[in-house]
Design a protein around this ligand. Structure first.
Ligand code: MG
Length: 435
């Protein structure tokens, strides 16, 4: 039993909380984890399929739940949340370092730290936090998902996102490798507010109106059970985790922190938690079939992130960034390839110019040049190839001006014919300047 209200020097508000997690009707194991306590609400949805997302979510919750004490200073609220998420991230990284089989594991994290009047929210991934106040529900968090980016760009609607083939693909997660960069913000609470933190097993199938209807009635225990039940009845094929809290002015009696989902199965050093591992088993159908495979075309910019066939939707869920240690080498390779392509293009262009000929003046006589009759700054594009004995002074002024301007040729032979013609004109024209 734990009533930590006496630990808070001047609490004005309290949380009446509950939490429930269910493996659902399709998956074989529960990779969600959740926590609810007097000062902390958290949901983590493990990602990684065979890479043991359950370990990532349970590890994250085991770190995050250390926040379930009042902040020593109000200014600590967001730094505290950020620090806890960073410790979770670091711990996951340590586990992966110790066991390469865990490589690829990651988890979402949505956490709310309560200081008696506000919650500091830290969020990464696609689990969600909702606030129900005065009959209106609002989603506090912004999904870090591929479909949310399409919604933000106005390319699809919220309704279309619910059935999009890549609706499960998240773009950020705690994975122990990449900077987690969580969203961090505070919300002022008011008496009567109702909070829900949930995994996408619930938010993916329940619209805001349905969530609001359930949150608005009954106790937190009732709401948590009803939200999970409604999610499964709505056809959720995922693990479902719901953490519910009502904001009250009088301290609720006899509430103990709740640990649910895969975190409830981790070894614990304290007996003060209620690890809820099987409250909702009666709603399982026993169906352990696979989820439908992703069959739609993969966007080019994310194609590399999707495992090859057969596609396990859970394994395809997280589109990790390329490992940082490869970023600079990848950039260098790109630069080398670009320079190489430019060199090849320049060499090809130069080679082409050296197969071209034209006729022009050189030192007073008609000369065949190799190259093109144009110069670039700092670069001569032609060289004298073959001089003739045809003097421009022996040509008519018109012919001489044409030579000075340059007479194009289709080949060396063509250039020689032009020179021969000019030579003939020179020979025939004893009154060259009478033109
Ligand atoms: Mg999920």
């Amino acid at each position: 039993m734990s009533d930590t209200d006496t630990e808070d020097p001047q609490p004005s508000l309290h949380l009446h909380f509950s939490a429930l997690s269910d493996v659902g009707r399709v998956r074989k194991d529960n990779q969600d984890s959740g926590y609810a306590g007097p000062h902390l609400l958290a949901v983590c949805d493990g990602v990684g399929g065979a890479a043991r997302g359950d370990i990532a979510s349970a590890t994250a919750i085991s770190q995050l739940r250390k926040l379930d004490v009042p902040p020593a200073d109000p200014a600590d609220l967001l730094p505290g949340v950020a620090g806890a998420l960073d410790r979770a991230h670091t711990r996951i990284g340590e586990l992966v370092d110790d066991d390469p089989a865990l490589n690829g594991t990651s988890t979402t994290a949505t956490v709310a730290w309560f200081d008696g009047s506000r919650i500091g929210i830290g969020h990464i991934g696609d689990s969600r936090a909702y606030l129900h106040r005065d009959g209106t529900i609002s989603q506090l968090t912004h999904d870090h998902t591929f479909v949310q980016s399409l919604i933000d760009e106005g390319r699809i609607t919220e309704a279309e996102a619910r059935t999009h083939p890549h609706r499960n693909l998240i773009l950020k997660a705690l994975d122990g490798v990449h900077d987690s960069e969580p969203d961090l913000f505070t919300i002022e609470l008011a008496p009567g507010d109702r909070l829900l933190l949930c995994s996408d097993g619930a938010s993916g199938v329940l619209d805001d109106d349905r969530i609001a209807d359930i949150l608005a009635t009954g106790t937190p225990d009732f709401a948590a059970v009803e939200l999970v039940r409604a999610s499964l009845e709505a056809g959720s094929t995922d693990n479902v985790t719901c953490v519910v809290a009502h904001v009250v002015t009088d301290p609720p009696a006899e509430l103990i922190p709740l640990l649910v989902g895969s975190a409830a199965h981790l070894p614990r050093r304290t007996g003060t938690l209620n690890a809820v591992t099987g409250l909702f088993r009666g709603h399982r159908s026993g169906d352990t079939g696979e989820l439908p495979a992703i069959t739609a075309e993969i966007p080019d910019d994310l194609e590399w992130a999707i495992p090859s066939d057969p596609i396990d939707p859970e394994q395809a869920r997280y589109a990790p960034q390329a490992p940082r240690r490869f970023v600079w080498s990848a950039r260098l390779m790109t630069l080398v390839v670009l320079v190489g392509l430019l060199w090849i293009a320049a060499a090809g262009a130069w080679s082409w110019t050296q197969s071209q000929y034209f006729v022009a003046e050189g030192d007073g006589v008609v000369v065949i040049y190799r190259g093109i009759d144009a110069d670039l700054p700092g670069l001569t594009m032609s060289t004298p190839y073959e001089a003739s004995d045809v003097s421009l002074t022996r040509l008519s002024s018109f012919q001489a001006s044409k030579v000075r301007e340059g007479i194009p040729a289709t080949s060396l032979e063509d250039a020689r014919r032009t020179v021969d013609n000019l030579a003939a004109l020179q020979a025939d024209d004893s009154t060259a300047d009478d033109e």
